[in-house]
Write a protein that binds this ligand. Sequence first.
Ligand SMILES: Cc1ncc(COP(=O)(O)O)c(C=O)c1O
Length: 367
Amino acid sequence: MAVISSPEQYVPEDVFVDLRHVVGGNLFLKCEGFNFSGSIKLKSALAMIDAAELTGELGPGRGVVESSSGNMGVALSLICAVRGYRFACVTDIRCTRTSRDIMRALGAEVHIVTEPTPEGGLLGARLNLVRALQQREGLVWLNQYANDSNWLAHYRTTAPGVARAFPSLDVLFVGAGTTGTLMGCTRFFHEHRPETRVVAIDTVGSVNFGGAPGPRHIPGLGTSVKPQILDVSLVDEIVHVDEADAVAASRLLVRHGFLLGGSTGTVLAGALGWLARNELPDDALAVAISPDLGERYVDTVYNDQWVRDTYGARGVAALVRRLSPLLQERPHPVASPDEFLDVRADLVGVSGRSLAPPDPGDGRSRL
Ligand SMILES: Cc1ncc(COP(=O)(O)O)c(C=O)c1O
């Protein structure tokens, strides 16, 4: 039983989904969406606020400003509501309507930037507005991209939670946004269990690991400005995932009743690709971190029209084509090709106008 008097006191570290029946292979998903802010960001938000209070930077009568793609904004809105701070969240058009509404319900001010800067993209534009609000209104900028409390939160909670549940873990897959989760987990496992490989999963179009900037639509993962807390020299391995694959993986999970966030799809797609390329023993154990649940994404990742509008017909066809062989190559392909056709059926909608390549006509699918 959990009896709490404040929402941030409930942060379960022990919820894991066994994905063996979904993907084959010993892959488990650590679910971070079961707290009152609905995402992993509650831990970083709490650590940053606590640290700012400890140094005296934050206190009665002060306010907070932060740039967020949604989840950090929601988490800070919650903590600021509990502690009585004004909170201004600067976000951009990729932030889901639901996240904006939740922040407003919790009493936050939400500023939405629409125009990217040439050198820093939408994140650059967000940071410009944050600095303006910091100077103009005297708000405290926690700066999750540079704040050590961000990664320390995961060093102290997320990573030990994984290690407690899987003491002989072989691989941990962690998505990279601000890289707080990644840096905390990487440092923890390097120090406490160096046999565990920590694999960073980033989105194609993110500059975190030096790739070229490109359009991204799933909030949470990837950046257009490299975060200061990211120490690339500590990162063992990096996988880049196309957003189309992330959508396919999310839709595969939801077919099994797990409605999870789009970045969970990214991490899962990256993990499956990595596991397919790396021969691990049959009893090897892998965990992937799922940052949030899927309700905030029913208008995007789980909306057929949004998928068509965002990725186009080619993207939709590629989406199904790319993930299908990955799963079929798994040693125990529990996800049958039929499962995929269900995914495809969702994506082509009920009009019957298929966006996938034509069937070869011999009864086999080209997927
Ligand atoms: C949905 C989602 N996925 C992934 C992440 C990445 O976490 P981090 O910022 O620790 O890299 C976040 C963080 O905002 C998120 O909200």
